[in-house]
Ligand binder design. Sequence first.
Ligand SMILES: O=C(O)CCC(=O)C(=O)O
Length: 304
Amino acid sequence: MATKLSKTQMEQYNEEGFTLVESALPPNMLSEMLRLTDEVVEGASGLADDDDRYDLEETHTPDKPRVRRLKSPFEHWPFFNDFLRSPEVLDIIEPLMGPNIRLYNNKMNMKAPGYGAAVEWHQDWAFYPHTNDVGCAVGIYLDDVAEDNGPMMIIPRSHKGPIIDHNSKGFFCGAIDPIKSPLDYDSAIPLMGPAGTMTIHHVRTIHGSALNHSQKPRRLLLQGYFAADAWPIRGFRPGQTLDDFNALVVRGEPTLEPRLANVPVRMPYPEAPHQGSIYENQHILENRFFESVGEHKDITAEPA
Ligand SMILES: O=C(O)CCC(=O)C(=O)O
């Protein structure tokens, strides 16, 4: 039987903008995810450059593969497609998203021991505003996550606030400048738990994560969902048809009638000259909040 959110978890999501579900996956699903992920990461050996599946660390070499992110794993490996459509996920988020749910995106962020990169503070909504904000990101930790291996951190109640400027040097960079936008970063809550823990955060919640200071990995599968009546204000992705868009409805029915809500929107423009993954876009941020690999005395770009 798939897990359901308790009243307390629902209230936490609605009031604080996040919640956590421990042991959200049956053990066999988690072990298959781990097995497949290891196999997929092995598949990056021999690669000289990023492709449509792998976002590689700057220190990656073909014989020492270092994967920073799996891009849209559901499009390449059927297990991930089945997983994001499974009752183990959808029964949990249906009370938050409603009966009609569309997938927006899917990725796996790898924070490798010793060099796993930080993700600067941001709101997912700043990347992809929709006609209403009934949207969330579901995360699954593949590893035990504690203070020292880069837990995702969220600023509670920020989903009820404004959309913060995510531009730097005149371009959208997908990150909040902590000097120009002095928010209450000290109030951030680290989302921690054993492997198999599910995190859920609202699409407007401000979140980020520090370097992996430990010798343990921190892999996080993320899948973004919206109510099916939330339509992306930027329109379809390049080459995406209505059929492709509707095929992303993972529960319930698609609709041609977007629901327009009174929500704050800031368009993610102008695009950075080298638009890429969040890691690449955040590079042009003028003032970083989190340390980067080269700055931390205990962390080297070349782990043992
Ligand atoms: O990996 C993390 O800690 C956060 C990632 C994230 O927010 C993103 O990729 O949009």
